[in-house]
Design a protein around this ligand. Structure first.
Ligand SMILES: Nc1ncnc2c1ncn2[C@@H]1O[C@H](COP(=O)(O)OP(=O)(O)OP(=O)(O)O)[C@@H](O)[C@H]1O
Ligand code: SF4
Ligand SMILES: [Mg+2]
Length: 330
């Protein structure tokens, strides 16, 4: 493999917006994701941030091969993932796993957690390793529970016997069972008490250091991204507005929307006091996104060309790209 672990190339997802129950007609398309490109390197974390509805989960679902892009392509280890079937699709699912905000969504309440983890092992095993004997499976389940900071005997318990943080650890153990190369973490700590968020984030970092697994980390919370991500991508209404190595972004935030996101929380950046931007109004509908720059209806720096011409994502320094007319001559 020469390139990055995962490559997302010009990906779009447009959902038909229909009206009527019996005879539905298409009234338009919701541009949930509209021409998004980024790479994730092996063993690294890419943070994906933006307000509710900007397309983070839709992007994740396409990477998980649960949703087909309308346009563009996604490659894992240089191989396009669209159209995978049978054994190739199973192998892909084993390599790319997920942990969602609500661990209940991946846990069966009527199943002991050890069995849930064992099933993940069995489902993701290749055909020639499917038969794996019981003792080996039980040993691997114990090992996974230890890896996520739980006790092996907790395999005998049901999900309701765990706290929220522990349930998220069980979901992580199930995701790790197939030794994935990438785990999509969609708001993995948002539902947890603040006091246990840091523990979960540190656990994720330790596991990454041990297993060299990459993460796509979807988060509202900039502190989580700062703590976890090597690179950060900021989305607004289906588009990338800024992407950079995380340290670089926090040291030198450029896009007015990113500044507004940072202003909403206690994140310092050089020049913050003069430039705090309050995000006013609602996010416009992705059914009829604003012309030109999609942020122009809320941007305090809006210029005439902003509503007419779409700004391209261009590099303002190595690895740091911004889509805004303020940087047209950068
Ligand atoms: N299956 C679908 N059919 C139609 N529209 C959809 C579908 N899935 C998502 N959308 C729309 O696409 C847009 C992006 O949704 P998405 O769930 O990706 O956002 P998000 O960034 O994950 O938001 P949140 O932070 O609230 O989780 C939203 O306007 C949403 O309503
Ligand atoms: S292109 Fe114009 S409207 Fe868009 S963020 Fe830049 S200045 Fe604001
Ligand atoms: Mg989401």
């Amino acid at each position: 493999m020469s390139g990055p672990l995962l490559r997302v190339e010009g990906v779009k997802k447009h959902f038909a917006f229909t009206k009527g129950i019996l005879f539905s007609r298409t009234l338009g398309h919701i541009k949930a994701v509209d021409d998004v490109s980024f790479d994730i390197k092996a063993g690294e974390t890419l943070g994906l941030v933006g307000e509710s509805g900007c397309g983070k989960t839709t992007t994740s679902r396409m990477i998980l091969n649960l949703e087909e892009p309308t346009e563009g392509r996604i490659l894992l280890e240089d191989q396009p993932i669209q159209g995978l079937q049978g054994e190739a699709l199973r192998a892909y699912r084993a390599k790319v796993q997920a942990v969602f905000q609500d661990p209940w969504s991946s846990l069966n309440p009527r199943m002991k957690v050890g069995r849930t983890i064992a099933e993940s092992l069995i489902v993701n095993a290749s055909r020639d390793r499917k038969s794996g004997d019981q003792a080996k499976i039980a040993a691997r389940v114990r090992e996974l529970l230890l890896q996520v900071g739980l006790r092996p005997e907790q395999a005998e318990q049901y999900p309701h016997e765990f706290s929220g943080g522990q349930r998220q650890r069980v979901a992580l153990a199930a995701a790790l069972a197939s030794r994935p190369k990438l785990i999509v973490l969609d708001e993995p700590v948002s539902a947890l008490d603040v006091s246990i968020r840091a523990q979960m984030m540190n656990l994720l970092k330790d596991i990454q250091a041990q297993d060299n697994v990459a993460y796509l980390l979807v988060a509202h919370d900039l502190a989580t991204v700062r703590h976890m991500a090597n690179h950060t991508v900021v989305m607004y209404l289906g588009k990338i507005v800024e992407k950079a190595p995380t340290e670089q972004l926090f040291a030198d935030v450029r896009h007015p929307y990113t500044k507004a996101l940072f202003s909403a929380v206690l994140v310092a950046w050089p020049g913050r006091s003069e430039e705090e931007i309050e995000l006013r109004g609602e996010v416009p509908s992705p059914l009829n996104p604003p012309s030109g720059c999609r942020f122009h209806t809320r941007c305090p720096y809006v210029m005439q060309r902003c509503s007419q011409q779409e700004p391209l994502l261009r590099e303002v320094s190595p690895g740091h790209a911004v889509a805004c007319h303020l940087f047209d001559n950068a």
